[in-house]
Design a protein. Sequence first.
Length: 399
Amino acid sequence: MTSASTTTPRRAVWLVARREIIMRVRTKGFVIGTAAIIVVLAGYLLLQNTLFGGAERSTVGLSGQATAVAEPLKQAAQQLGHEVETRDVPSQQLGRQQVADGELDALVSGAPAALKVLADDDLDADLRNSLNGLAQQQVLAAKLAEAEVEDPAGVLNQVNATEVQVSYLNPPEPDRGQRLVMGLVLAFLLYMSVATYGMQVATGVVEEKSSRIVEILLATLRPWQLLLGKVLGLGVVGLIQLTVIGVVGLAVASATGALTISGVAAGALGWGIGWYLLGYFLYATLFAAAASLVSRQEETQQVTAPMLMILVIGFVAGLNMLVQDSAGAGATVLSLIPLLSPIMMPGRIAMGTAPVWQIGLALVLTVATIVLVTWLAGRIYRNAVLHTGSRVKLRDALR
């Protein structure tokens, strides 16, 4: 490194960050870890498309003339790998109540050529296709039964245009399922990235402190330059990994048909990268400050446990709230808490349930917290990083 007299603060920070980037990106662990996450993500998407869609089961109530399609419906659905159980329902009113109570996945009524379907908030795609096929067969049979067919092309068009009439007790939100998966995957990736690279900052600080390398580095650098350079360097490494995983995952999901709203997904990925930077910087400075209090790797887990506990509890609770009601009071409050906003808010944004004012408020609160935490962490790091031997007490480091 250049001497302190000829090294500007910006260049000093860059040299430390560059050292961290080169050291981490070139390691086998980084390459293998990134590839492993991509393979798991791609495998999950392919498995979801091939296996999970073929073992579904629906319970369908049949009312009135629709009872005649019981056996044809079972056979048609079976060809698509979907098992259907049918029940005769005495009245549409009773069937409607059973759909609302969850006893039936759908209620089918009307003539076989003009079937009407009632579902709660979603209708299985295989079941819909099977019912459409039955209705089209009925229309075709009726046309062929006529004495003469003057316009075969017109008949074919009429058959192809025949679809069952579907209504819902609770109309579904557009693309809700895909948005939910995006939100959950994004929350998971951000949690893993922040926790992984935050801990790498902590272990790096303890390693340099225990090996006395930090004493050599601080002969030419100021403590804040070393801290900022280390945090920025590892942050860039995490950003590279997250971007690669996100772009490849988005491409695989679009190619396999698991994701049809790629524009929304790209926007969600952009928000995710932005929130990763905020979350990482917030936690990395906390991890670095905590790690500077100890001199042995065995003690690293003890001093970083509170931050990890906040991340884990927030992630688990937040994931459940995203699934149950991402617009509810619980999810809203968690997404506005600065230490949890980087995990929760991107998920809510991906699901389309975060108003602009909540996003803005979460950004302001998180940035303000980062400023405060950076000042405190810098003070702790400066006072404790050169202290070896016994663990430094927090109140002593703050003096």
